[in-house]
Design a protein around this ligand. Structure first.
Ligand SMILES: NC(=O)c1ccc[n+]([C@@H]2O[C@H](COP(=O)([O-])OP(=O)(O)OC[C@H]3O[C@@H](n4cnc5c(N)ncnc54)[C@H](OP(=O)(O)O)[C@@H]3O)[C@@H](O)[C@H]2O)c1
Length: 342
């Protein structure tokens, strides 16, 4: 059974001082980006907070929704991460970048591989080049458990982006720009995720809920926790790390029980590119992994030698962090409380 503290684990330790800083978030109109903007402006007074994304309508709607004085430091910047010169314009004078823009729907990536590669891989490369040329201080890349031992193109492109970010620290050299990644599991209630889907099906009065496999498990994190985790990793990073939060797992069947008690399940089978369980740290990464109270940090060898900003104990060589063998679980009751707000 899960300790309630685990559900509520907050990563608000080590928050960076963002007062007077210029921050840019790619994908700023997405689920993560919008919450990021609100949370940053709750805790700090940055000089500018730049929302970088393609669709003017989404930016317009966000601007309308956030039209009070509190949000006056936000700048809306239209651009595509595939366009390096545009990124260079956007990054002039920027201190910190959080890179959240991505194509993330697994079947879309499978059917449109070139599009996914262009956004997730070439986009990451453009971010790195633009950031180094503009002298950005620190960048955090958002990654996913699907990047570990990937079996779909989405995961493979996110793995490539992780590698591009880690290697960028050597590219930057004396320029001093530093790059790191955070890698986490499913975000409760984010755009295109299972909670809004189940909510719609329940509202439509469906007599059953689709589930791929009764054994399926996933890591779960809330949007607020995701934002706090990114901010604290921005503060802790020395460059090249992959930060992994300690978060609970849930069983898909428990989620259906929480959202629609008594509704029968319709087993539809695992879809192409889907795993039964997700992995956040694979055993082969164990020898580079340090455990802190609230997170694991996969530290590349060159940083271990040069000195890292994190100190903790090394995990055992047999260690792996997988959703079905996690020690922390969300019960149906805990899930009911969590999904009620989404
Ligand atoms: N949601 C999850 O469960 C989850 C879990 C782990 C990691 N992540 C990672 O977290 C990040 C954010 O996810 P999210 O849930 O916030 O996604 P989201 O809601 O789909 O938002 C994606 C954002 O990226 C922008 N975007 C897409 N393509 C772009 C491009 N070529 N150039 C510039 N902007 C672009 C979108 O705006 P426009 O379409 O207007 O450009 C939107 O603002 C992603 O990197 C994802 O891989 C998500």
């Amino acid at each position: 059974m899960i300790d309630p503290i685990v559900e509520m684990r907050n990563f608000r330790t080590h928050l960076p001082d963002l007062d007077g800083k210029v921050i840019l978030v790619t994908g700023g109109t997405g689920s993560f980006g919008q919450r990021f903007v609100k949370q940053v402006l709750d805790i700090a007074r940055p000089k500018k907070l730049i929302v970088f994304s393609r669709d003017e309508q989404k930016q317009y709607e966000m601007e309308q929704a956030l039209s009070t004085d509190r949000y006056e430091s936000i700048r809306y910047f239209l651009g595509d991460v595939r366009d390096q010169p545009r990124l260079e314009q956007a990054m002039r004078g920027v201190d910190y970048v959080v890179h959240a823009a991505a194509m993330k729907i697994v079947p879309s990536a499978e059917y449109n591989p070139q599009e996914c590669v262009a956004t997730n891989i070439l986009g990451a490369q453009n971010i790195v080049n633009a950031a180094i040329s503009q002298g950005v201080k620190r960048l955090i890349n958002l990654s996913t458990d699907k990047a570990v031992n990937p079996i779909n193109l989405y995961g493979a492109t996110k793995l490539a982006a992780e590698k591009i970010f880690t290697a960028a620290n050597s590219l930057a050299g004396r320029n001093g720009t530093r790059f790191a990644t955070v890698r986490y599991g499913n975000v409760i209630g984010s755009r295109g995720s299972v909670v809004p889907l189940f909510k719609r099906l329940v509202a439509e009065g469906r007599d059953s809920l689709p589930i791929t496999d009764e054994r399926m498990t996933r890591f779960w994190i809330t949007l607020d926790q995701g934002v706090d985790f990114v901010l604290s990793s921005l503060e802790l990073m020395a460059g090249g790390e992959v930060f992994v939060p300690k978060i609970p797992s849930m069983r898909m069947v428990d989620l259906t029980k929480a959202m629609a008690p008594g509704t029968p399940l319709k087993i539809i089978g695992i879809r192409p590119g889907e795993k039964l369980h997700e992995v956040l740290v694979v055993q082969d990464e164990a020898r580079f992994t340090i455990e802190l109270k609230d997170r694991f940090v996969i530290v590349p060898e060159h940083i271990t030698q040069a000195g890292s900003n994190v100190s903790g104990k090394r995990v055992s060589e047999e260690f792996s962090y997988i959703s079905n063998t996690n020690s922390e679980w969300l019960t149906s009751d805990a899930l009911s409380d969590l999904v009620v707000n989404y």
